[in-house]
Design a protein. Structure first.
Length: 377
């Protein structure tokens, strides 16, 4: 029992350290991307941390199997390098016994990974889509940034404001270029109206549509018949900048709850099911590969097999990704799914575990006369 607790403690401690390092790296990458969108006016600055939090479940579901794989590899490689594993083997602790102990970590990791990939990640994607659609619909006052040319939510005008009063949300020195209709998109913008106003504000109607109310300004428009410009001074001028809000629709398969995916027969929905199940399954399969790979000679050092192990994991992941693409396109049957990749990885793990066991050596010795007889014949 003491040995079990010791091994599990070493693996869990290393796994958590690797997991936090990986999450820090990938979240930092997402943070830079989201911060760039906020700097360009794609989303409000106060929602940056919210979007990062919504990316966390998807990242955690992918990083947990990898962190477990590296955690087992680093923890047991250190034990091998310090000759502790040699002592355990001398006391009758076999490698297969260590695998059975370590599979506890694999099962716990698989359960947590399943919670992320099957439940939390779709909820996060769904909420993220709702926020993005709300931001797209709310292309009025909140999205107008001083000193920048911006398209309105209905893509019918370009707005530039010189100053925005954050206390009363009033705008000053506003320039608006109303874009040509889609039917006449070949027309120059100069044929549409250009508006300048000293002040203005955004008003939201009960239907959800928004309009820009301009005050004390001038409207310039070119007459298409004689080519002359007309100027009209106004006290108030109304421009629709956002049409009626559209009800939210799930536009991404990744936002659908896992149970709802079973109601669809299209290949892309079936591929999504297999992809969400792939990571919890991989957490268990990788356990059988990581334990034998962690066996190193004390002279080699504990990082001797780290690079081959990482390459092996990348190969496993790329095979899953390519098979998933085949499922989406209907090239691979849903009944086959991603199971061949998991089965191949599992067989590889068992071959690494049993290659030096006495039972495998006895079987190899029994089979060697047959191969020798075939060679002499």
């Amino acid at each position: 029992m003491i040995i079990i607790r010791y091994l599990l403690k070493e693996v869990a401690k290393t796994q958590l350290a690797v997991f936090f390092v990986l999450m820090t790296i990938f979240i930092s990458q997402k943070f830079v991307s989201i911060l760039g969108d906020a700097a360009e006016g794609g989303l409000p600055g106060h929602m940056v941390m919210l979007f990062i939090a919504l990316k966390t479940p998807d990242l955690a579901g992918m990083m947990l199997p990898l962190s477990m794989f590296l955690g087992i590899l680093l923890a047991y490689s250190r034990i091998y390098a310090d000759s502790e594993m040699t002592i355990l083997h001398a006391c009758g602790i076999s490698e297969w016994y260590i695998v059975r102990i370590t599979i506890i970590v694999g099962i716990v990791t698989a359960i947590i990974t399943g919670i992320f990939t099957l439940y939390l990640s779709p909820i996060a994607v769904e909420y993220e889509l709702q926020i993005k659609e709300k931001l797209a619909a709310d292309s009025g006052l909140n999205s107008l940034i001083a000193g920048r040319f911006q398209k309105t939510g209905n893509n019918k005008a370009v707005v530039f404001i010189h100053n925005k009063n954050r206390k009363n949300n009033e705008l000053s020195k506003i320039f608006v270029a109303q874009l040509p209709d889609k039917k006449h998109s070949h027309d120059s913008i100069i044929n549409s109206s250009l508006v300048y106003a000293a002040q203005g504000k955004v008003e939201e109607q009960d239907s959800g549509s928004q309009r820009l109310i301009l005050e004390k300004g001038i409207r310039y428009q070119k007459d298409s018949q004689n080519g002359e410009f007309r100027t009209v001074a106004f006290k108030k001028y109304y421009i629709q900048i956002q049409d009626k809000k559209v009800e939210h629709k799930r536009s991404k398969i990744s936002a659908l709850p896992t149970l709802d995916l079973f109601n669809y027969d299209k290949p892309e929905y079936k591929a999504a099911i297999h992809w969400r199940l792939a990571f919890p399954i991989a957490a268990i399969v990788l356990t059988f590969i990581a334990v034998p790979l962690s066996s190193v000679n004390p002279r080699q050092g504990k990082y001797a097999k780290l690079l081959p192990a990482i390459l092996l994991f990348l190969g496993y992941f790329l095979m899953l990704s390519s098979m998933s693409t085949g499922l989406e396109r209907g090239v691979i049957s849903n009944k086959i799914g991603l199971w061949p990749v998991h089965l191949f990885a599992l067989l590889l793990g068992f071959s690494l575990i049993f290659k030096d066991r006495s039972s495998a050596l006895k079987l190899k010795a029994k089979l060697s006369p047959f191969s020798h007889n075939r060679g002499t014949a």
